[in-house]
Design a binder for this molecule. Sequence first.
Ligand SMILES: Cc1ncc(COP(=O)(O)O)c(C=O)c1O
Length: 407
Amino acid sequence: MNPADHASNDDSSEAWSFDTQAVRAGVMRSNFGEHGEAMFLTSSFVHESAAHAAAKFANEAPGFIYSRFGNPTVQMFQDRLAALECAQACLATASGMSAIMACLMSLTKSGDHVVCSQSVFGTTIQLFDLFARYGVSTTYVPVNDPQAWAAAIQPNTRMLYLETPSNPMTELADVGAIGEIARAKGVKLVVDNCFCTPALQQPLKQGADIVIHSATKYLDGQGRVLGGAVLGDRDYIQTVLQPVVRYCGPTLSAFNAWVLLKGLETLSLRMKQHSINALHVAQWLEAQPGIATVLYPGLPSHPQHTLAMAQQTGGGAVLAFEVKADSPQQAKAIAWRVIDQCKLLSITANLGDTKSTITHPASTTHGRMAIERRAQAGITEGLIRIAVGLESPQDICADLARGLNAH
Ligand SMILES: Cc1ncc(COP(=O)(O)O)c(C=O)c1O
């Protein structure tokens, strides 16, 4: 590795725009002078001598030791994502869930408390519930009610956790307002930025302390690999979080890091087009007679549209809509019919792909949630979530029309 070729060591890189950082930040070139980022598929690294090994292990000399806690390809991904999120540092993990787990482990211990938004990804709630076993309790509050966040904070609260926009209801948190509450109470605000990505929203600039990513989603953007990341200040990442990842081992592989590095290069273009396509589909859905509500932050009818336009530079790819029905049973039957009639949209709970995906949250992503909690979060039997991809939006609408118009 030639440190002189490490783009983030170059002063000029700090002034680069987002689009340039997405392509260039974090590049480390080996002595071969490769143009594309190299994939370092190695579990360990050799040392020049026993003394050199000892110095590296004692953190007295720089250099990679073992890929569980450091690998050049992973480092390049971390540095590039840190540049995009305006973070001092980043630590990549094997998946989004392992990023959330490592963050939770790093900030809490038995007897501590977390405040979490009611409307987060279902598995995130399962994870927080699992931590009750280890003595960490959680209170759930509405994401869009800053006073409820303030009221839920206890003397043992260590972290506030939210997604904005939320999955699947696209509810927004006012990151600035909740960040102020967190600062006043001395707790960390952690924001899952998976739906918007730094291309549309940079929570650390708005008042968050830590950003979480499921890189599986739009950072890859092409449905290829799993990955995750935690971003924040250097001291937190290196001294608080790093030991958790080093000792527990939920490390991102070099192969996946390489795929994600390539994903970041087109992130900005993709997120702009996802937003354009999703707005088109959302507007079309709003005009259909069989639909009760369409939830998309880019729509003027979205209850938090003004906040969305202030906090985000685009609406993102994800929208949800509810079909009209007389009962929950009928709603579910219609929702399943719309999904089953799709020939273009893929029936999969994943999102963050060039290919549009469609899912019924109440029976998939949020199916394991207690019924009352699901109802509280507004996830009804008639709700459908679409992650709008990069196909022609006209084709997506035609695909949905088949199920909506069938009787
Ligand atoms: C908002 C959000 N956060 C986190 C995750 C978990 O990510 P992963 O599947 O990479 O573990 C998901 C997965 O769908 C998600 O939608």
